[in-house]
Design a binder for this molecule. Sequence first.
Ligand SMILES: [Zn+2]
Length: 204
Amino acid sequence: MPEYNRNVLQLLRQPMEDRSVTIVRNEGTYEYPADFMLVAAMNPCPCGYYPDQAKCTCSPQEIRRYQNRASHALLDRIDMKVLVSQVPFDRLREEQPSGESSEAIQRRVVKATEIQWARFAGEGIRFNSQMTGKQIRNYCPLTPDCEEILKNAFYQMNLSARGMHRTLRVARTIADLESCGAILPRHLAEALSYRMMEAAEGGY
Ligand SMILES: [Zn+2]
């Protein structure tokens, strides 16, 4: 992602938020639908080895400049950010990869999709990601435990209102993937973990 010009990346903000692109020309203003799923990857520094001090050859300024290309405003609009560490050799060579099979995951995803279609019948939307603030209040009721977790995270992680709404949509989806009617503390904690990156200093 940071290989793109910062201005180009900034332009993504509007379509990511509004799911439409507005183009202004002399003849008039045009609006086009732009409902897409953004999947992006970035290295932690230009050489890719930071924070491994033994291998990284970048200066602190180079690292800061590189990470700053993905602005906080842009990262705020990405629902899930995951820090991926190097895979050890033995894991790469495993004959039988551990974890759930793709077929099992697909079944859960299909089920979670059906739950959402049923939930939003008559609402004019199909997915949790499309919920408005009002719909989030209706469909993401929180237990006192969850309310406390969210409140702490709001202050400690310096969450924006947008970040909080996005966290709740993700938590709703994690609960749906377990076919769980209520958002439980573990669902909310997982959703918040995908926001940790921007809470850390310098984006990482
Ligand atoms: Zn480096």
